[in-house]
Design a protein around this ligand. Structure first.
Ligand code: G3I
Length: 346
C-alpha cells in the first residue's frame, strides 16, 4: 500500500511539474522578440478592436508594436477640410501605450483612401501644398512622442520605376515626396520617417528607382530614416531571399533602416494539402525573419493583421485564405511556431 502511495505521489509531482512548466515556461512572441531587440508587430483594424476582446488580448500579449491599418489614412482621419477624426486612432494609440507597444503611423501621403473633398476638387499647386502640409503637421503633431515611426509616403512608384500618377504628383510635382518628409520632420523631429512600398524588396526597376530616390534624399540632408518593404506574399510565388538580402545591405551602406511593414502570406491557388500549405507559409515567414535578424539594419517585422479571422485578403481576392500567424480561433499556426523558434534560437 505504502509503495502505491509513494508511486502515486511521484507521478503527481511529475504531473504538477509539467503543468507548472507549461504555464510559466511559455513566453509570448513579443518576449522572445524583445530579447533580440526586435519589434514584432501587427496591423490593427478598428472594427474587431472595438468589439472582439480576444483580438485585443492576442494583440497585447503577442506583439510589441502595432500599425493602425486604416484609421490614420487621409479619408478616415481628415474626412472634411476642417474636420479631423482622431477618436479611433487615439483609442488604439492609448491601448498601445498602456501595453508598452510601439506605434507605426500609417500613412500620411498615399494615392488611395482619399476623401472626396480632395479627390473631387481642382486645386492649384499652392493650395494643395498648403493642404498637404497642414494635414501632415496636424496629424504628426497630434501624435508627437506617441508614434515612433511614420510611413510618410506610401506607394509612390510604378513597377517600371516611374513615379505613380496621383493627385500629389499631378498638382504639386515630384517634390511632394521630399516636402512630405520635411513637413513631418518639422512636426516631430524625433519620429522615424519611412518611405513604404510593395514589390520593392527584390532587385528590379521599381526597387532601384526607390533606392536611388531615397539615396538622393539622404545625400541632400532630408530627414529620412528608412524604407518599408510591405512583403504581401503568396506560397505560389517563392521569393529570392539572397537578392532581398543584397537589397537590405545596399540600404545599410547608405545609412538607412529596412522594416518589413505589411507581411502576410496567401495560401490560396495551390494544389498542395492544407497542412503542406501552412508549412510552406511557415517557411516563408521564417526565411523573411531570418534575413532581417541577420541584417543589422533590419529590426522590425509587422504582419498585416492579427488573425486570419479579419484579414483583408478574402475581401480583396474574393477567396478564403489564412495568411497570418493566428488562425480564425486565435490558435498559433505553424508560421507562429517557426518565427518563435527562430527568435528563441537566435
Ligand atoms: O469599415 C468600413 C465599413 O464600415 C463599411 O461597411 C465597409 C463597406 O465597404 O467598408 C469598411 O471599410 C473598408 C476597410 O478596408 C475596413 O475593412 C474599406 O471600404 C476598404 O477600402 C478598406 O481597405 C483597406 C485598404 O488598404 C484601402 O485603404 C484594407 O483594410 C487595408 O488592409 C489595406 O491596406 C493596404 C495598406 O494601407 C497599403 N499597402 C497595401 C495594403 C493592402 O491593400
Amino acid at each position: 500500500m505504502k509503495k502505491k502511495i509513494f508511486l502515486f505521489s511521484v507521478l503527481l509531482l511529475f504531473f504538477m511539474f509539467f503543468l507548472f512548466k507549461s504555464f510559466y515556461g511559455k513566453h509570448y512572441l513579443r518576449e522572445v522578440a524583445s530579447k533580440n531587440n526586435f519589434l514584432i508587430g501587427a496591423s490593427v483594424s478598428s472594427s474587431p478592436f472595438l468589439k472582439d476582446e480576444q483580438y485585443k488580448i492576442t494583440l497585447k500579449n503577442e506583439f510589441n508594436l502595432l500599425t493602425i491599418e486604416d484609421d490614420m489614412k487621409f479619408a478616415r482621419i481628415h474626412p472634411q477640410r476642417n474636420t479631423y477624426n482622431f477618436l479611433i486612432p487615439d483609442l488604439i494609440v492609448e491601448f498601445a501605450e498602456e501595453n508598452e507597444m510601439k506605434v507605426r503611423g500609417h500613412t500620411l501621403v498615399w494615392h488611395a483612401t482619399l476623401p472626396d473633398w480632395i479627390k473631387d476638387k481642382k486645386y492649384t499647386k499652392e493650395e494643395l501644398s498648403s493642404i498637404l502640409k497642414s494635414h501632415i503637421q496636424t496629424v504628426v503633431s497630434h501624435y508627437k512622442g506617441k508614434v515612433y515611426t511614420w510611413d510618410v509616403v506610401n506607394e509612390a512608384y510604378n513597377d517600371d520605376g516611374t513615379l505613380r500618377d496621383n493627385i500629389w504628383l499631378r498638382t504639386i510635382g515630384p517634390e511632394y515626396i521630399e516636402l512630405a518628409f520635411q513637413w513631418a520632420h518639422e512636426a516631430d523631429p524625433n519620429a522615424l520617417l519611412f518611405y513604404n512600398d510593395y514589390s520593392n524588396e527584390g532587385l528590379n526597376q521599381k526597387s532601384d528607382a526607390i533606392f536611388e530616390m531615397l539615396k538622393s534624399l539622404k545625400k541632400r540632408g532630408v530627414s529620412i530614416d528608412g524604407v518599408g518593404f510591405q512583403m504581401h506574399s503568396s506560397i505560389t510565388y517563392e521569393k529570392n531571399y539572397e537578392v532581398i538580402k543584397e537589397n537590405i545591405k545596399r540600404y545599410k551602406d547608405i545609412g538607412l533602416e529596412v522594416h518589413i511593414t505589411e507581411m502576410d502570406v496567401k495560401i490560396q491557388h495551390s494544389n498542395k494539402s492544407q497542412k503542406e500549405r501552412l508549412q510552406q507559409q511557415a517557411e516563408m515567414y521564417s526565411k523573411t525573419l531570418k534575413l532581417c535578424l541577420s541584417s543589422s539594419n533590419c529590426s522590425s517585422l509587422v504582419t498585416w493583421g492579427v488573425t486570419d479571422k479579419y484579414s483583408w485578403i478574402p475581401n480583396f481576392t474574393g477567396e478564403e485564405d489564412s495568411p497570418l500567424l493566428f488562425d480564425e480561433k486565435y490558435r498559433a499556426k505553424p508560421s507562429y511556431e517557426a518565427i518563435y523558434k527562430l527568435f528563441q534560437e537566435n
